[in-house]
Ligand binder design. Structure first.
Ligand code: ATP
Ligand code: SF4
Ligand code: MG
Length: 384
């Protein structure tokens, strides 16, 4: 089981006993609360065989706090996007629940869900395919404003202009079409469109990984500025630990459909406890503040999510596995303030700074400085 809440790893934080759809969060600091989310794909029976069941997300629980950036990290195929889409109910869970801002997302009927969608927006990975090429930038940004009734008549154009300015585009860009823009500018259009409905929570699913390396830092910094300016909560899905370390407040590490570790970003990077998290961090290129690595981070591919290993799902790749690991799944257990980990042997591993360049937060400061320098350099070389 993968139950991960920073406040209470095993607890049911949502208001038990209240009517469905009217439940309130027990903790007002929590904007989104997921419990026991599970999503399996496949399993359909055909004439001769049954498709394998892909256990994309298995019994995951977590809380996201108001105003934070909560990151989900892990290798390709571990279930990050599926989990994020379940949280926003862009796909239906097999089981489990999501409460957003006091409202039951999983039980919401279409009209209630449409209202909630206004508050939960997504910035897509690929700014090339996510924007309708036949719509002008003005139409693309106006669409959510009109759909949600946020302005009418001349007010729509005014609001579009405001959104374009917010993301660093010019008013005259409203009359142009997506293909006339660079990748970074298109992602700015995608961000303006996501923010146009004045959401409370924005999901960025690999928001910079399709972009040219030289402009990734610009877009990440833009998202950070907007988050602060508009008081947003961000859900960031990324396999890029450099970006996560720079932007996130808390991080959940996923492996084969489960959360294996969750902590504040400082603590996770300074004291990673799960062997998988430690392996991911050791794979960050030391001199690359943006963590630009798109290839597999660990030796060997993860096992298939349609046949996850018994016991601890990481045991087939873990250098510390013992007999118990092969038979018994470790529960997520608290090992420090807001820090939970699913590993039988976590308490045996000494705390260490896996980056080992300079200790602790000094390393973080150095990375942030390098990241900012990369960003400035990129702006200088490639003004948009
Ligand atoms: N619609 C679908 N139908 C069948 N299998 C799916 C579907 N969506 C995802 N999967 C499978 O579920 C697992 C998790 O996929 P998911 O896209 O959530 O991973 P991810 O961590 O986001 O990977 P990536 O980093 O490559 O984006 C994968 O094995 C994937 O093939
Ligand atoms: S439970 Fe065992 S196999 Fe799993 S991460 Fe811990 S030591 Fe490794
Ligand atoms: Mg994904």
């Amino acid at each position: 089981m993968s139950t991960a809440s920073a406040t209470d790893p095993a607890g049911e934080a949502v208001g038990a006993g209240m009517a469905t759809g009217e439940r309130e969060l027990a903790d007002p600091e929590v904007i989104l609360s997921a419990r026991h989310l599970t999503k399996h794909f496949g399993g359909q029976r055909s004439l001769f065989r049954r498709e394998p069941v892909v256990r994309a997300v298995d019994d995951v629980s977590l809380d996201i706090r108001r105003g934070e950036t909560f990151a989900i990290v892990g290798e390709s195929g571990c279930g990050k996007s599926t989990l994020a889409r379940l949280l926003l109910r862009l796909i239906e869970p097999d089981s489990g629940s999501v409460i957003f801002d006091g409202r039951d997302v999983t039980a919401a009927r279409p009209e209630a869900l449409r209202q909630m969608r206004r508050d939960m927006q997504i910035v897509f990975q690929d700014p090339f395919s996510s924007l309708n090429p036949r719509m002008s930038v003005g139409q693309l940004v106006a669409e959510p404003i009109i759909t949600h009734g946020l302005a009418t008549g001349a007010g729509v154009a005014r609001e579009v202009g405001r959104m374009l300015a917010l993301v660093g585009l010019l008013p005259e860009h409203a009359d142009r079409y997506p293909h006339e823009f660079s990748g970074g500018q298109r992602q700015r259009i995608g961000i303006a469109r996501a923010l146009a409905s004045r959401p409370k929570l924005v999901l960025g699913d690999e928001p910079v990984s399709a972009l040219d390396v030289s402009i990734r830092a610009q877009i990440i910094n833009l998202l950070e500025d907007l988050k602060a300016e508009l008081g947003l909560t961000m859900l960031l899905v990324s396999h890029d630990l450099g970006v996560v370390r720079h932007t996130a407040d808390r991080v959940a590490v996923m492996y084969l459909g489960e959360i294996v570790e969750m902590a504040d970003v400082e603590r996770l990077f300074e004291r990673p406890a799960h062997p998988y998290t430690r392996a991911l961090m050791e794979a960050i290129p030391a001199q690359d503040p943006a963590g630009r690595r798109d290839t597999a981070l660990l030796e060997g591919d993860p096992p298939s999510p349609s046949a996850p290993p018994s016991g601890c799902r990481f045991h087939t790749r873990c250098p510390h596995a013992i007999a118990l690991c092969r038979t018994t799944a470790p529960p997520l257990a608290a090992i420090g303030p807001g820090h939970v980990v699913a590993c039988h042997r976590a308490s045996e591993f000494p705390a260490r700074d896996v980056l080992a360049i300079v200790p602790g937060s000094e390393a973080r400061q150095r990375r942030i400085a390098l990241f900012a320098a990369a960003s400035n350099e990129a702006s200088r070389r490639q003004p948009e």
